[in-house]
Design a protein around this ligand. Structure first.
Ligand code: NDP
Ligand code: HSE
Length: 440
C-alpha cells in the first residue's frame, strides 16, 4: 500500500476517534513527510451526526457503517466505537473484504481475538491493536519486535488509567472514591461503563492481550483471577501508607519453570521504593522481565484522547506502509497461532499478604490469630495494632511472608470463625521488587 493517498473510514468519533481526527488533520504534513502517505478520511461513522457537526465541520459524518466499510476507496478501517456486538460485526465485515483493521478495543480482542485474527489471516489481511493496551505506550510493538529475542518470565503492569487516577487521588489528596472516579470520567479515561474499569475487568482484558504476546499463549479473560478496586476501603490505603506501601491495581502474568502461567489482576501493596509506586494519575507502566534483557519498564500516559490517538495513528502508519501486514504474516506470536495457556490454579499462587482483621480487644486474641495462621504454615512479617475506641473492636493489620493462596484462604476461614473476630477480614496481596531491580 504505497500510493500517496490512503482512504480510511473511522468507526466512532468520541474521545479516541476525535484525537485521531485531530492528529490526522493537524499533523497531515508531518505524516506525509515521514511516510509519504496522505490519509484521506472518507467516512466517520457515529450514532448521532448532529451531535458532532459543529465540532467537526466538513468531516464526512454518517450513520451508515456498512456503506462506509464497503466503499472501494476505503483501504483501512479504524474501529474506535467500543463494545463487542456492533463493533465485532463491523470488524468482521471489514476483514472479510480483506481490509486491515486498526482497533483500540481490548474488550473485543480479549473475547474474540483468536477468531478475529484467524479471520484476518484467512482473508490475507491484518489487525493492528497498539491502542488497546497502555494508551500511548508502544508496548505491543515492544513485545512483538523489540523483545522478540527474550523468553519473557514476568509482566507486571499498571494498565488501567481510571483506577490509577482513583487510587492516586485517594492516597495523595484524600479524595473520596466517588470524587476520584468522577474526575477520571470527566477527563475521558473511563470506559462508557466504568464498572469495567473499577472491577478490574478492563485491566484483565489488557492482561489477556499482553500475556498472549509475551508468553506465546492463547489467554482468555476467564484464565485471569480478577479483583477490582471497587471494594477497597480507605482504611487500607492509610494502613498501607503507615507500613511503607502504596496500593496499586496491578495486572500480573508470570511463567514458572514448567511453562505454567499465573495470571491475576488485583489491588496490590507495592513498596514505596518500587518504581511502580511512583506511577500516578493516568500514567501506566509495564515492567517486563526477559531472560536476556532483564528488567525493562515501559512508562507513559495509559489513557485519554491524544495518547491513545497517538497509538492508533502509529498503527495506521504501520498498515499504510505494510509493516503490520508483513509482521502479521511472518511472526507466530498472535493468539490464533498459539496453544491455550497452561494456567496454574489461583489457589496455588505463592504471595505475601496484607490482612486487616477486626478483633475484640480481649487478652489472647493475637495468639489465636497467629495460631490459626501458623496452623496453615503462614508466618508473620509485621503486625500493627491501634488502641481500641469505645466499640471495643480494634483493627489488627498483619503482613505475612510467602504463603500459598489456598493456605491463606483456609487460615482466614478459621480466623473469621473465631468469636473474637468480626469478619469478613480484608486480605490483599503484597508484591516485592525483583532482586535485580532492588539491587540497582
Ligand atoms: P466514546 O464513547 O467516547 O466514543 C465512541 C464513539 O463510537 C462515539 O462517536 C459513538 O457515536 C460511536 N459509536 C458507538 N456505538 C456506535 C454504533 N453502534 N454505531 C455507530 N457509532 C457508534 O469511546 P472512547 O473513544 O473513549 O473509546 C473508544 C474505544 O477505545 C473503546 O474500545 C475503548 O475501550 C478504547 N480506548 C479508550 C481509551 C480512552 O482513554 N478513552 C483509551 C484506550 C482505548 P456518538 O458519539 O454519536 O454516540
Ligand atoms: N478505561 C481505560 C483506562 C482506557 O482507564 O485505562 C484506556 O484503555
Amino acid at each position: 500500500m504505497s500510493e500517496a493517498s490512503t482512504g480510511i473510514c473511522l468507526l466512532g468519533c468520541g474521545i479516541v476517534g476525535g484525537g485521531v481526527v485531530k492528529i490526522l488533520t493537524d499533523q497531515a504534513e508531518l505524516l506525509r513527510q515521514r511516510i509519504g502517505v496522505r490519509f484521506d478520511i472518507r467516512h466517520v461513522v457515529v450514532r448521532d451526526p448532529k451531535k458532532h457537526a459543529a465540532t467537526y465541520p466538513g468531516l464526512p459524518l454518517t450513520t451508515d457503517a456498512h456503506a462506509a466499510i464497503d466503499d472501494p476507496k476505503v483501504q483501512i478501517v479504524v474501529e474506535l466505537m467500543g463494545g463487542t456486538t456492533a463493533a465485532g460485526a463491523l470488524v468482521e465485515r471489514a476483514l472479510k473484504l480483506g481490509k486491515p483493521v486498526v482497533t483500540a478495543n481490548k474488550s473485543l480482542l480479549a473475547s474474540r481475538g483468536p477468531e478475529l485474527f484467524a479471520l484476518a489471516r484467512k482473508h490475507n489481511t491484518a489487525i493492528a491493536f497498539e491502542a488497546s493496551c497502555g494508551g500511548g505506550i508502544p508496548i505491543i510493538d515492544a513485545l512483538s519486535r523489540g523483545l522478540v529475542a527474550n523468553r519473557i518470565d514476568a509482566l507486571v503492569g499498571i494498565v488501567n488509567g481510571t483506577c490509577n487516577v482513583i487510587l492516586t487521588r485517594m492516597t495523595r489528596n484524600g479524595w473520596s472514591y466517588a470524587q476520584a472516579l468522577q474526575e477520571a470520567q470527566k477527563l475521558g479515561f473511563a470506559e462508557a461503563d466504568p464498572t469495567l474499569d473499577v472491577s478490574g475487568r478492563d485491566a484483565a482484558q489488557k492482561l489477556a492481550i499482553l500475556a498472549g504476546l509475551a508468553f506465546n499463549a492463547r489467554v482468555s479473560e476467564a484464565d485471569i483471577h480478577v479483583e477490582g478496586i471497587d471494594k477497597l476501603h480507605p482504611a487500607d490505603i492509610q494502613f498501607a501508607t503507615d507500613l511503607g506501601y502504596v496500593i496499586k491495581l496491578l495486572a500480573i502474568g508470570e511463567r514458572d519453570a514448567e511453562g505454567r502461567l499465573t495470571l491475576r489482576v488485583h489491588p496490590t501493596l507495592v513498596h514505596k521504593t518500587d518504581v511502580l509506586a511512583e506511577v500516578s494519575g493516568s500514567f501506566n507502566a509495564i515492567s517486563i522481565y526477559g531472560h536476556a534483557l532483564g528488567h525493562a519498564l515501559f512508562y507513559g500516559r495509559g489513557a485519554g484522547q491524544m495518547p491513545t490517538a497517538s497509538a492508533a495513528v502509529a498503527d495506521l502508519v504501520g498498515v499504510a506502509t505494510g509493516t503490520t501486514q508483513l509482521a502479521f504474516k511472518r511472526l507466530n506470536i498472535y493468539p490464533d497461532s498459539a496453544a491455550p495457556a497452561k494456567v496454574l490454579p489461583f489457589e496455588q499462587l505463592q504471595s505475601r499478604y496484607y490482612l486487616r482483621l477486626t478483633a475484640r480487644d480481649v487478652p489472647g486474641v493475637l495468639a489465636q490469630i497467629t495460631h490459626a495462621l501458623g496452623e496453615h504454615g503462614i508466618s508473620l512479617s509485621a503486625v500493627l495494632q491501634r488502641e481500641a475506641d469505645e466499640s471495643q473492636y480494634v483493627p489488627v493489620v498483619i503482613t505475612t511472608h510467602l504463603a500459598r493462596q489456598g493456605a491463606m484462604r483456609a487460615a482466614l476461614q478459621a480466623i473469621d470463625a473465631l468469636p473474637t473476630i468480626q469478619g469478613p477480614s480484608v486480605c490483599l496481596r503484597v508484591i516485592d521488587q525483583p532482586k535485580e531491580f532492588a539491587n540497582g
